[in-house]
Design a protein around this ligand. Structure first.
Ligand code: FES
Ligand SMILES: [Fe+2]
Length: 411
């Protein structure tokens, strides 16, 4: 059996120019370590405030073996509780979402308030203290409409220090007041790192994604397809003048201009890139025409899009009239929940859902297929780590970040 300490030296030995050894993608023990050291310590988006507008609205967020109840306790507060009864440990909520007055366990009917306090427990001994048996809390923070949770047992990395510099961009897009237009789940039979690695490279865009590729300039996909540092360095340099010309146009329409490109020593490996889409297109749709009204504080269509990674587990892609939230949630050594949420402006009416989801629904189905094939191939005894191309630099950065997280001394 592999011990915890045996993983760190293996991690440090990994050559970052190649994909990882099979055990990182398949083994139960490595997965458990990933959950404990990486996913279990990050601020991860569980959902959007539009899912819990009314008092008592809740949804379940499942990550690894945990189930969290994310519930609106009152007008100003959203809580996240571990979905585990303080009596004998049953799940309390079993429906994936709903609206409740109290959180009542179906087993023996212990009942908790929306603030997690135990309110009723029948026939308990006289020395039983209800006040000591409230629900266990997870760290939660609402930031521009996104509900972040963190499973750390101790104090997690400071939220505002980590994400505060993203505020102008998120504010411009109006995420805090956005509403959900559509949601689709694409459960994927692959390790979470394969899902992330696929998402942070665009080497596969041309062969695998005809719809996505049709909406973007080919040279932009090579230079910046998966972020500012994802493509070959010379391609980035040659595309810069085009990017800068668009930035000047976009700034005139109110867009805050800037880039975030965290390195492997960062806590969350964040990324923010804004660039133009295909010439003549106003939105990422089949014909380039908008599917909804302008989002946020925009003064007009600027032919741009923004790609934000809050961490490898949570990404947002925003065109001018809608945005897509991507949640990649580890659920098992070779199982990852992939959930997409399409957001529109809070005041949008009459938006066209089929038009809006055309690109990312097809693209995500393609990603599910290629990622599951990747996992299946890695199970072969002939799999060995393969060399990364110059178009997969962000994958190598992710790998460096991941191995450092895995090997870093833990509190
Ligand atoms: S396990 Fe919940 S009331 Fe008994
Ligand atoms: Fe893809």
């Amino acid at each position: 059996m592999t011990t915890a300490n045996a993983i760190a030296p293996a991690a440090m030995d990994q050559d970052t120019g190649y994909s990882l050894e099979r055990r990182f993608y398949c083994d139960e023990e490595y997965y458990a370590r990933d959950m404990e050291r990486v996913a279990g310590r990050k601020w991860i988006v569980a959902g959007h405030v539009d899912q819990v507008r009314q008092k008592g609205d809740y949804f379940l967020f499942r990550i690894g073996g945990e189930s969290l109840i994310v519930v609106r306790s009152d007008e100003s507060r959203i809580n996240a509780f571990y979905n585990v009864c303080r009596h004998r440990g049953s799940l309390i909520c079993t429906e994936s979402s709903g609206r409740v007055h109290r959180l009542t366990c179906a087993y023996h009917a212990w009942s908790y308030g929306l603030d997690g306090a135990l309110l009723a427990a029948r026939l308990m001994p006289a020395d039983f203290a209800k006040q000591d048996n409230g629900l266990h809390r997870a760290h939660v923070r609402v930031f521009h409409g996104f509900i972040f949770v963190n499973l750390s047992d101790g104090e997690p990395v400071d939220f505002q220090t980590t994400f505060g510099d993203l505020e102008p961009y998120l504010d411009f897009h109006g995420f805090a007041n956005a509403k959900i237009a559509h949601r689709i789940s694409y459960p994927t039979s692959a390790n979470w790192k394969l899902v992330v690695e696929n998402f942070v490279e665009c080497y596969h865009c041309t062969p695998s994604h005809p719809e996505f590729s049709s909406m973007h300039p080919a040279d932009a996909l090579i230079a910046f397809g998966a972020g500012p540092s994802s493509g070959p360095k010379d391609a980035v340099q040659s595309y810069l003048p085009t990017l800068q010309a668009w930035e000047r146009r976009a700034a005139a329409l109110g867009r805050p201009i800037g880039t975030v490109d965290d390195g492997p020593d960062s806590s969350h490996l964040r990324l923010l890139l804004q660039r133009t889409i295909r010439e003549g297109y106003e939105s990422e749709t089949e014909d380039g025409q908008p599917a909804s009204s302008l989002m946020g504080k925009r003064l007009g269509f600027d032919q741009g899009r923004m790609y934000v990674s809050f961490s490898p587990f949570t990404h947002v892609v925003a065109t001018n009239d809608f945005a897509v939230l991507f949640q990649f949630t580890p659920r098992g050594p070779m199982n990852t929940d992939v959930d997409l949420t399409w957001l529109v402006d809070g005041k949008a009416e009459g938006y066209d859902v089929p038009k809006m989801i055309w690109g990312w629904d097809r693209t995500t189905l393609q990603d599910k297929r290629i990622t599951e094939n990747n996992q299946a191939g890695i199970l072969s005894k002939r799999y060995q780590p393969g060399r990364y191309s110059q178009h997969e630099r962000r994958v190598a950065t992710f790998q460096q970040w991941y191995l450092r997280e895995l090997g870093a001394p833990q509190a």
